[in-house]
Ligand binder design. Structure first.
Ligand code: ADP
Ligand code: MG
Length: 339
């Protein structure tokens, strides 16, 4: 029996630029399973809503067709179940079961890496389902072609349908998610308080949820409604911790957000000026604000050479002298990262 989480729906999934493509694709699949988008492959960093979207698809399918067989499982559960089936000499039942579903949802398939027998089983299941017009939905923390330790034939099949990325949510989306989560807990979170938290916590949604919980507990404890001051009090320790951690990751996110480019472009090989320049600025900031060496910084930018980083630092230094716009951008970013 599958274990769909009924709390993760499309209704309570907040849409923003960062996830609207993934959401739209998920909705398409939910409305028309086994159709054109098979498999649906959702990828992106941790805590960005991949699992949520997956459950939302399953729940949507069940709402329209209550007797549909929708099976959700984590890839590690798939592996464990297979191992048990092998031990019990029940591999045929295993096969039959997974091939009889209307939709198979497998989460975090990067865990298949290096597990050859599981990949073999999954390969056959995958083919059978696709042939039968049954829907397959997969998530992963990275693009299928970039999962090391995965057989080529699986990698290529994962790209047969539709692959969509979820990106880190932008500021307004983070604030909207906070307000929505608060409302779900019957808590009134004022807009300025939500924006304040969203501004300070930039990484992923799970962290926002954790912060919101702290705020709610603090509000109950001191018996006051939530406002800016209360948020400051409740999250003082968390923010202090964050302030100490100017990480390369943090710099990349901040710069990507500032220039409205994708976080993934920080690491990509694309050379257009619109992404290459922000990338150089982020490298230069990383050199200035962290203690990392040039090779370490190059590594953090998609495995680039230390000479690339050095070149970026020189380039940015020159540009700050010759372009007022760039100098201003750079100072804005320094300020944003130093607070
Ligand atoms: P992932 O699987 O990508 O690591 P999850 O789907 O587990 O991330 O999301 C982490 C948490 O954040 C979950 O509680 C989820 O409901 C919530 N979440 C993520 N994105 C959104 C969103 N756009 N709207 C509402 N909640 C979200
Ligand atoms: Mg997940």
């Amino acid at each position: 029996k599958g274990s769909l989480n009924s709390e993760n729906t499309f209704d309570n999934f907040i849409e923003g630029k960062s996830n609207q493509l993934a959401r739209a694709a998920a909705m398409q699949v939910a409305e028309n399973p086994g159709g054109a988008y098979n498999p649906l492959f959702i990828y992106g960093g941790v805590g960005l809503g991949k699992t949520h979207l997956m459950h939302a698809i399953g729940n949507h399918m069940l709402a329209h067709k209550p007797d549909a067989r929708v099976v959700y499982l984590h890839s590690e559960t798939f592996v464990a179940t297979m191992v048990t089936a092998l031990q019990l000499n029940a591999i045929n039942e295993f096969k039959r079961y997974y091939r009889s579903v209307d939709a198979l949802l497998i989460d975090d398939i990067q865990f298949f890496a290096g597990k050859e027998r599981s990949q073999e089983e999954f390969f056959h299941t995958f083919n059978a389902l696709l042939e039968g017009g049954q829907q397959i939905i997969l998530t992963s923390d990275r693009y299928h072609k970039e999962i090391n330790g995965l057989e080529e034939r699986l990698k290529s099949r994962f790209g047969w349908g539709l692959s969509v990325a979820v990106e880190p949510p932008e500021l307004e989306t983070r604030a909207a998610i906070l307000i929505n989560k608060a409302a779900q807990s019957n808590v009134d979170l004022p807009g300025d308080a939500a924006m304040f938290i969203a501004q300070r916590l930039r990484s992923h949604v799970r962290e926002l949820e954790g912060a919101l919980k702290k705020v709610i507990i603090h509000a109950n404890f001191v018996g006051r409604p939530i406002d800016l001051d209360l948020v400051r009090e409740a999250l003082r320790d968390l923010f202090a911790l964050h302030d100490k951690l100017v990480s390369v990751d943090n710099i990349q996110r901040t710069v990507a957000e500032y220039y409205k480019i994708k976080m993934s472009d920080m690491l990509s090989k694309r050379r257009n000026r619109s992404v290459a320049r922000p990338r150089q600025i982020a490298m230069s900031l990383a050199k200035e604000l962290t203690n990392h060496s040039l090779p370490e910084i190059g590594d953090a930018f998609g495995g680039r050479d230390h000479t690339t980083v050095l070149h970026a630092c020189k380039q940015v230094k020159n540009l700050r002298g010759s372009s007022q716009d760039l100098a201003e951008d750079y100072n804005n970013l320094l300020r944003a990262l130093a607070t």
